[in-house]
Design a protein around this ligand. Structure first.
Ligand code: WQD
Length: 332
């Protein structure tokens, strides 16, 4: 099967492309390298010994997609192409709405014109807002807490109504919790060009000396140690979850939503201590005030993905910390 991976040179897109190739799929990537580097394609080839075809371009550009669908008989698409920085989305909401929603709608229009109606959509646990209780199931209430999260919630709604209008579509909506870590080769991983927004890349840069210390955003949450608790999932487990979703949903003419997490929550200080112990490094930190918009606890009820996708996260926190460390030090 030929799979179009939009945003396929990004953090999750590149790991998913590797697992797709390993599983025997033919991968075609389209990416504008806004949040990634062209060298990632070389790294994917180094890991899999197969070079995915890559079209440089913006998924919002219909002509870019038309060319791909005219040149290839695409069986399914996995859509990662989106801006994803929560903080930036608060200061630039229109840029996020324009890019993230336009990319999804343009992709669906071109897919429909070419009778390709198998789609895996990258959503996020951020659509749960501040949950009433944890663990969070797919039936938990949804809410918008920032423009980035809004684009994911609206994107899901667009797809639900698309399926009502045309039940020929087969769609899996995947809500990611907190992806971290890197491929064990150390060749691909998360390496934001600027100061990281997310916890793990920040911890990595403090431990490598690139940043002086970690700001722990609040230690007065109602959690076991007062710091925020999240469901950290190894990015390779997340990637493999996409293969499971693809296999389950293709040509079923269903639409369904799945949490991709581990079902276990770790606090900020749990992560700091784990990274220090496992990698024998120091991560100096300071407790600062809460980050606006943050919630206390968020971790997944993973039973639906286990039951329907026959998938569960297998990699441990130790592997997540080791693989993240190896990647950052490969880069340093
Ligand atoms: C995790 C914890 C922070 C940085 C976001 C998006 C979500 C998804 C993952 C895209 C929190 C604390 C963090 C720091 C800290 N992205 N923290 N100091 O906010 O759970 O989720 O990224 O899909 O959609 O919302 O992840 O890594 O930013 O924060 O103390 O320098 O670490 O307060 O408790 P988050 P995060």
């Amino acid at each position: 099967m030929k799979i179009l991976v939009t945003g396929g040179s990004g953090y999750i897109g590149s790991h998913t492309s590797v697992e797709l190739i390993n599983a025997g799929y033919e991968v075609i990537i389209v990416d504008n390298f806004f949040n990634s580097q062209p060298e990632v394609i070389d790294r994917i080839e180094q890991i899999t010994h197969k070079r995915p075809l890559c079209y440089e371009g913006n998924v919002c550009d219909r002509q870019v997609l038309e060319k791909i669908f005219q040149e290839h008989n695409i069986d399914a698409a996995i859509d990662f192409a989106a801006y994803k920085a929560v903080g930036e989305s608060v200061s630039k909401p229109l840029m996020y709405y324009q890019n993230n929603l336009n990319a999804l709608m343009t992709l669906c229009e071109v897919m429909q014109e070419h009778d390709c109606k198998n789609l895996v959509f990258s959503s996020s646990a951020t659509v749960y807002g501040d949950p009433e209780s944890v663990p969070i199931s797919e039936e938990s209430s949804l809410s918008v807490t920032n423009p980035y999260g809004a684009t994911k919630l609206y994107g899901e709604a667009i797809l639900q109504y698309l399926h009502i209008a045309d039940p020929q579509w087969s769609i899996a909506i995947l809500r990611y919790f907190n992806p971290i870590g890197a491929h064990s080769s150390g060749l691909i991983g998360e390496n934001p060009n600027d100061i990281p927004n997310n916890l793990m890349p920040y911890i990595c840069k403090v431990a490598s000396g690139e940043l002086p210390y970690l700001n722990v955003f609040g230690d007065d949450y109602p959690t076991h140690d007062g710091t925020g608790v999240r469901d950290y999932i190894h990015v390779v487990d997340l990637a493999i979850g996409h293969i499971a979703a693809l296999k389950t949903i293709c040509d079923t003419h269903n639409i369904d939503v799945f949490n991709l997490g581990t079902g276990t929550g770790y606090s900020v200080l749990d992560m700091v201590h784990a990274y220090e112990t496992i990698n024998q490094v120091k991560v100096p930190y300071r407790i600062t005030k809460r980050r606006p918009g943050d919630i206390a606890e968020c971790y997944a009820d993973t039973s639906k993905a286990e039951r329907v996708l026959h998938w569960r996260a297998e990699r441990t926190l130790e592997e997540m910390c080791k693989d993240a460390y190896r990647f950052i030090n490969h880069q340093v």
